[in-house]
Design a protein around this ligand. Structure first.
Ligand code: ZN
Length: 677
């Protein structure tokens, strides 16, 4: 690499994370934005009829350059957050928002695409290229290209504000999560907690030079405390801290309440400007579902079918809590604890016991073996520059030794890393002349890090999360599409994106898969069949409750964005109303769930949270074909690759599903998989 060059502008290879500094960001972005602007002016100045190679291709190249420079910045901002980087990120974010919003509402560019669509050369484009042009036309409409000139500045202003509000919302959640910690000196207060959780808490305290046990609101610390701590007051204390993050109960500068109201109002204003009745309608215009009403009906039907099971789950839990645990009047902070105890009593095993069988050193090879069985692909450790010593890099190769894709794997939770798990693209497959660019993905999780010199141990839930994110990764990496706009997950309808990921979760319940990926941390023995059978029996434990919870969030999101002009009540009141309708347990008044619902206020899930359940219908039904033919069938694997993974966004998700399954999707497989049929 040329040392004088800005590392963010070096596209010769993967990002040089060690050379990237916050001080590179502004310069790189400014340079690319001005180059791209010059290109747009140049393209618009031409009076030739636009073609793919003279018009679309150069624009795709330019936009890819911009995302290759910004991608590492945004990625580092999520996984290695620092005050300097955050500042650089926030300083440059508005420029990008303005650039993309400016393109989307550029009537002259829109007209060029219309000209291309009407020209003779359109008919000779590939299926993928045609789909890209059609998506572009739709996105120009949704981006405001057809708005009267007088409306455009306001529309632009809304996009900018929304993007800043989203970034602030997410920062507040991260900061509020990190701001809290609880150090317990007396081990007696921690009765019930498993040894490895105690050890990790002790380690966390030690790292700060203090004694005792440090607990935080990050998942690997918070979750086990809620599940295992016998100390009810302690559970209540940390529960309250968790569910009031970024609310009026904490520091005023981290309170997301007003941000929620502003975000919803601005989204609806933009939707109305475009002629929609609500933001929900705008959101669905590019999704698989046809209308907010269709989604509302879908969610209500699912709620209707799941509710009897949820009511049964709740009744059992109340009875168990009072009669066996002596917890009269079970509260929200007792639910995880009582559930784990009930599960233990009923199925006679604990999450902790299972966890001992899933060391990272077995889980990863087990996952890779499955990929080999289904798709004939090998995964091998490889080398690239990374951003943290814990991050690994892998190649995926086919039987002929050809490189298919590569991915970074960043598994452990740490401070300054955003919570949750996700897949993001670093490079997307596309043809550039004679060369096809190899796709590269970032896979990020927040699992418990190894303690001492033992390998990291994963709970079964964490194994499922890993498979889920790997499913997204495969969707991105196994694409066969050669044009950027619909390659991998690009251009796939948002409510179908969770198909390949949720599909992968099913394998975590197959003996033939799991038995190859376990080894007890101490005894070194594989997972006993009897324990696996108990896990299967417990699989649908409280599935009614879990389903209703997802429906509650989905309806909240959909209806919050469903009324444009009159806001009938605050977000919190709306959530309350929905809970009265579908929930079987209502949390305490101080619960401020919306204030940290980053999926819809900072992620891309606005009026789209239903996508999880919607796509689960697809994934469960797709998996049904494997169940009918043997879940390790390489023939069905090849078909899934060919009809679903390979085609990316080059055709509607429904067509891909039908091509794979031979018919339209059916809700029954989902209910059957959850034991609710
Ligand atoms: Zn996902």
């Amino acid at each position: 690499m040329n040392i004088n060059k800005n590392p963010l502008l070096d596209f010769s290879n993967l990002p040089c994370f060690s050379s990237i500094s916050h001080s590179n960001v502004g310069e790189a972005i400014d340079q690319l934005l001005s180059e791209n602007k010059a290109l747009t002016d140049h393209l618009l100045a031409s009076d030739q009829i636009p073609t793919w190679s003279t018009f679309v291709q150069p624009m795709e190249d330019a936009n890819e350059g911009l995302s290759r420079a910004w991608g590492p910045v945004s990625h580092l901002n999520s996984v290695m957050n620092s005050p300097e980087l955050r500042e650089a990120y926030n300083e440059n974010l508005p420029k990008l928002t303005q650039y993309y919003a400016g393109i989307a509402q550029n009537l002259s560019l829109y007209n060029k695409f219309r000209e291309l669509k009407a020209s003779k050369s359109f008919s000779i484009l590939s299926v993928a290229q045609k789909k890209i042009v059609e998506n572009e036309l739709r996105d120009f409409q949704l981006g405001g290209a057809e708005l009267p000139d007088s409306d455009k500045p306001r529309f632009m202003e809304i996009q900018e504000q929304l993007s800043q509000l989203a970034s602030k919302f997410e920062e507040n959640v991260l900061d509020a999560t990190n701001a809290y910690s609880l150090v317990i000196m007396d081990e007696h207060e921690l009765a019930g907690l498993p040894a490895d959780v105690l050890e990790a808490a002790q380690d966390a305290a030690k790292q700060e030079g203090s004694k005792g046990y440090k607990f935080t609101l990050q998942a690997p610390s918070y979750m086990p405390l809620m599940q295992y701590a016998e100390n009810r007051i302690l559970r209540e204390t940390i529960y309250k801290a968790y569910v009031t993050r970024a609310s009026e109960f904490g520091p005023v500068e981290l309170d997301n309440t007003q941000l929620i109201a502003d975000i919803v109002k601005l989204r609806n204003e933009a939707a109305v400007m475009l002629g929609f009745n609500s933001y929900a309608e705008l959101s669905l215009a590019s999704k698989m579902a046809e209308s907010p009403q269709q989604v509302d009906d879908f969610l209500q039907e699912l709620a209707h079918r799941a509710k009897p099971f949820a009511e049964r789950d709740m009744k059992e839990l109340y009875e168990f809590a009072s009669s066996v645990l002596g917890l009269e009047n079970m509260q929200a902070w007792d639910v995880s604890f009582a559930s784990e105890k009930l599960r233990l009593a009923r199925y006679n095993f604990s999450d902790q016991e299972v966890k001992q069988y899933f060391p990272e050193s077995q889980v990863l090879p087990g996952l890779f073996k499955l990929i080999h069985t289904l798709y004939g692909l090998k995964v091998r450790l490889s080398k690239a520059e990374v951003w943290h010593a814990d991050v690994k890099f892998y190649d995926i190769i086919d039987d002929g030794g050809n490189l298919i894709g590569q991915f970074y794997l960043d598994l452990y939770a740490r401070e300054h890393k955003r919570g949750g798990a996700w897949m993001d693209d670093a490079l997307t497959r596309r043809r550039k002349g004679d060369v096809v660019q190899t796709p590269v993905a970032y896979l990020t999780c927040n699992f418990s890090a190894p303690v001492g010199n033992k390998p990291a141990l994963f709970t079964h839930d964490e194994v499922i999360t890993l498979f889920h994110e790997f499913g997204h990764g495969l969707h991105h990496l196994l694409t066969q599409v050669e044009d950027l706009g619909v390659s991998g997950i690009n251009g796939v309808e948002w409510d179908a994106v969770e198909l390949p990921s949720q599909f992968m979760e099913n394998f975590c319940w197959e003996w033939d898969v799991l038995s190859h990926m376990t080894q007890h941390a101490d005894s070194k023995k594989p997972l006993p069949r009897a324990l696996f059978d108990k896990m299967i029996e417990a699989k649908n434990f409280q599935s009614g409750l879990h389903t209703l919870r997802q429906i509650e969030f989905s309806l909240f999101d959909l209806r919050l964005h469903g009324v444009a002009t009159v806001v009938p009540c605050t977000a919190l009141q709306l959530l309350q109303k929905i809970r009265n309708q579908v929930a079987v347990m209502v949390p305490p008044d101080y619960n401020r769930f919306p204030n940290n619902f980053t999926h819809i206020f900072a992620g891309g899930y606005a009026a789209g949270y239903y996508s999880y359940k919607w796509a689960e219908v697809l994934s469960a039904d797709a998996y049904g074909l494997f169940e009918d033919n043997g879940v390790l069938s390489s023939e069905i694997g090849a078909k899934f690759w060919r009809e679903v993974l390979a085609v990316g966004g080059s055709r509607p998700a429904l067509e891909s599903f039908v091509a794979f399954r031979g018919r339209e999707p059916d809700m029954d497989a989902l209910l059957r998989h959850h034991g609710m049929s």
